[in-house]
Design a protein around this ligand. Sequence first.
Ligand SMILES: NC(=O)c1ccc[n+]([C@@H]2O[C@H](COP(=O)([O-])OP(=O)(O)OC[C@H]3O[C@@H](n4cnc5c(N)ncnc54)[C@H](OP(=O)(O)O)[C@@H]3O)[C@@H](O)[C@H]2O)c1
Length: 235
Amino acid sequence: MKVLVIGGNGGIGKAIINHVLSAFPDAKIYATYQSTLPQENGGDITWFNVNASLDEEVRQLADKISSLDILINTAGFLHDTAHQPEKSVNEFTPEFFNQNLSSNTLPTLLLAKYFSAQLKAGQQTYFISLSARIGSIEDNKIGGWVSYRCSKAALNMAIKTISIEWKFKLPNCCVFAFHPGTTDTPLSLPFQKNVPANKLFSPEYVSQQLFKVISNAQPSDTGKFYSYSGAELPW
Ligand SMILES: NC(=O)c1ccc[n+]([C@@H]2O[C@H](COP(=O)([O-])OP(=O)(O)OC[C@H]3O[C@@H](n4cnc5c(N)ncnc54)[C@H](OP(=O)(O)O)[C@@H]3O)[C@@H](O)[C@H]2O)c1
């Protein structure tokens, strides 16, 4: 099995790699990092330094990988030292909005643009992006975090659109968005205070849940938005 994890140095990305290493010891893992190369975790892992929001860097990555069974994009952005997600639209800035779109939306489109041939080669393949329930338009009851919400809603539309195009071009590929739930990583750290302990998941738990969804999903399930529980979410 050949697996590519984008954002392999992130909280959930690292746990996905560890899950693959223990559940599929013979797997070939390709993984990317943007800022810091993680410590070696053994196994057959090849690391690439990639900004997955840049067309040329994703194109060059695709040139180095001939075939894939599973591509999992965990790249994402919610806050940095200079910015917190907006409580009100009055706090909106084009700069923060573009930063959200760049990390949360662009990688999926560029990965689909350059990895269709690699995913076409396998018998049953998966193209998965980590999204967030907050990107569901139908599920939006409380507002707020407008830039992150819009970028995940755009990601969801990208996933749905790619799945429709690939139904004919890559009938063996299941394309889906995955909501991990609130997971204990640097991304959620400033917002964990009010999350009940049983609703703050470990990255290890979320990775197990993702692989349960993968093992149950067929190419006919392409174009769905799955929660960590395996339930389908509204777009
Ligand atoms: N944690 C949660 O509670 C939660 C909830 C819902 C959805 N999610 C989603 O789950 C995914 C993983 O989040 P996480 O919790 O693991 O966050 P994290 O620990 O902050 O990891 C985010 C990862 O994204 C990478 N990244 C960001 N922009 C990138 C780019 N342009 N190109 C390549 N890599 C990029 C980061 O790499 P560098 O650090 O090297 O920049 C890092 O590896 C995200 O899409 C997030 O929106 C998380």
